[in-house]
Design a protein. Structure first.
Lengths: 303, 242
């Protein structure tokens, strides 16, 4: 049971990142591969502020979100002029830079040793430590649900419409009066901040952070979740997070870890992606259709 | 009738190649101005420079007397759209995965009042009845002519003062081209909308416009009322094939 709760908690943490990735890739059509970088920034922001400066976890949350959004802006402004593969490579590079900085800036991050003994989360004096898995799972999933509704709201309003137009044709979108740069950067910042939030939760769940947790593979997993569930559908990317996490832990669940090498799951993910691309490129659930102006238009016809 | 768009001595470079060489022209309010020329003459580059998609290396462009592009100062594409210049881009560039209706909604991105959007959409459906019949269909499934009409309707959704059309007849059957040009003239008359179009189909363009420019190798070589160009010997020989 406790193992299922662990999967549930990690699914929640990854779902936060996947929701952000969905806004960037599913709506904006930007192939970004650096959610792990923002995840790391969020995690280290919480770790450093709580351990070194003695802050409360809740106070570090806005800092983690804001800091990853700020880095989203800094990396977004120059790289979002790039398209497709070029953007993927540039963002991949950024993710690796973050990990290398975390690894080498020893005075701040304690290098490869990481930061240990991160204080546990408290709500009104009730400690939510990693041993109270039910409470922690509820905490994470409250944030997942909240983020889901917030991001869905973003996608339904002008931002979402603009992103859909941009992802289809930037020149046409520009001549409709859509400021391509601003909308892309805003989407990128929002997506980055969701990963920062996930990082904070990761820090207080594992109670220690090391640079090794923010590998490139993490970004790929998040992207897989979005593609598998269905791009442009927030529910689907949460479903994708479930499936990918479940498969990740399948050898442990079945008790066959001594038979299946840990790397086998990467082969399996690759296989899933190839099969999906061939048989169901829109993902399991497919794109979610919003009606933007219709409601008001109908009101006029009736009135 | 004042001057709406003034292009003053502009040059555009693509790397080492000069695509436009000190081009000057103007578009008067209420006119349909056409620019004809062969492939690669620089016609599309000129349109792109008006909407800020390519930077100028010389000269300046003014719209309603305000500077919208020069070497140092460039208004962004979305801001030019906000000022009332709508572009129907070359190759239509429709949002293929959206329905016709969603495309039209997109065209009205700058309009915030849903009542205004609904009213304009209704006007567009009256003007292009085929679009009403197709409104729930993905634009991908439309024929080339229908897509072109939709691209024009989408541009008109923002109620522009100046409509720029890049090769509206490209790749379409002659009858459809005729239909599209008929619609363009109608929009010009009914809404007093100024139109600037770039076209390879010289005869069609000159027949349906008031002023004409001829472009060759990045230079404007002729400028006259369209009806004069239609009988001009040089134009006849080079572009009208008679």
């Amino acid at each position: 049971m406790s193992f299922f709760l662990l999967i549930l908690i990690y699914t929640g943490i990854y779902a936060l990142m996947a929701i952000g990735q969905n806004l960037i890739t599913g709506y904006g059509g930007m192939l970004s591969l650096c959610q792990a970088g923002f995840y790391g920034i969020g995690a280290y922001a919480t770790a450093i502020l709580t351990v070194t400066f003695g802050w409360n976890f809740w106070a570090t949350l806005p800092v983690a979100i804001g800091l990853s959004a700020l880095f989203g802006l800094l990396i977004g402004l120059p790289t979002l002029r790039l398209n497709g593969d070029y953007l993927a490579i540039a963002t991949l590079g950024f993710g690796e830079i973050v990990r290398n900085v975390l690894n080498n800036w020893v005075s701040l991050t304690n290098g490869p040793m990481g930061i240990q003994r991160i204080p546990m989360v408290e709500i009104f004096g009730f400690q939510i430590n990693p041993y109270r898995k039910v409470a922690f799972a509820i905490l994470v999933w409250v944030f997942v649900v909240a983020l889901y509704f917030i991001f869905k709201r973003f996608a339904k309003c002008r931002l979402g419409r603009a992103l859909m137009a941009i992802s289809e044709d930037e020149i046409a979108a520009g001549s409709m009066g859509i400021n391509v740069t601003i909308y892309k950067v805003v989407a990128f910042m929002l997506g980055a901040s969701s990963a920062g939030l996930a990082g904070s939760f990761f820090a207080v769940y594992s109670l220690s952070v090391t640079p090794g947790s923010f590998q490139f593979m993490t970004s790929v997993l998040v992207l897989c979740m979005v593609v598998l569930g269905g791009m442009g559908n927030f529910k689907a990317c949460i479903l994708g997070a479930f499936i990918i996490q479940f498969i990740s832990y399948l050898p442990q669940l079945l008790g066959v870890t001594n038979l299946v090498p840990a790397q086998a799951k990467q082969v399996f993910f690759g296989l899933i992606l190839v099969v999906m691309m061939v048989w169901r490129p829109q993902g399991i659930l497919g794109r979610e259709k919003f009606t933007y102006v219709k409601k008001s238009a109908k009101g006029i016809q009736e009135g | 009738m004042g001057e709406l768009l003034t292009i003053d001595n502009i040059s555009v470079d693509y790397g080492a190649i000069r695509a436009l060489k000190s081009v000057s022209m103007h578009v008067n309010e209420g006119d349909i101005v056409c620019l004809i020329g062969a492939n690669g003459a620089g016609k599309s580059t000129l349109l792109k420079s008006i909407v800020g998609l390519v930077p100028l290396s010389e000269g300046e462009i003014k719209y309603k007397g305000e500077l919208i592009s020069s070497v140092k100062h460039k208004v962004s594409t979305d801001n030019i759209a906000k000022r009332g210049i709508a572009l129907v881009p070359e190759g239509r560039r429709v949002f293929a995965d959206m329905t016709v209706e969603e495309n039209l909604d997109m065209g009205a991105f700058l309009v915030k009042d849903p009542a205004v959007i609904a009213k304009r959409k209704k006007e567009m459906y009256e003007f292009f009845p085929i679009l009403e019949a197709r409104k729930k269909q993905k634009t991908r499934s439309l024929s080339g002519g229908e897509q072109q009409m939709m691209a024009i309707a989408r541009a008109l959704m923002s109620a522009p003062t100046l409509l720029l059309l890049d090769e509206p007849g490209l790749g379409l059957a002659p009858l459809i081209v005729q239909e599209i040009f008929r619609k363009i003239t109608l929009i010009n008359k009914e809404n007093n909308l100024t139109v600037f179009l770039v076209e390879q189909n010289a005869r069609m363009a000159l027949k349906n416009s008031t002023e004409g420019y001829v472009m060759e190798n990045g230079n404007i070589v002729l400028e006259a009322p369209s009806k004069d160009l239609l009988v001009n010997e040089k134009v006849k020989r080079a572009y009208l094939g008679s």
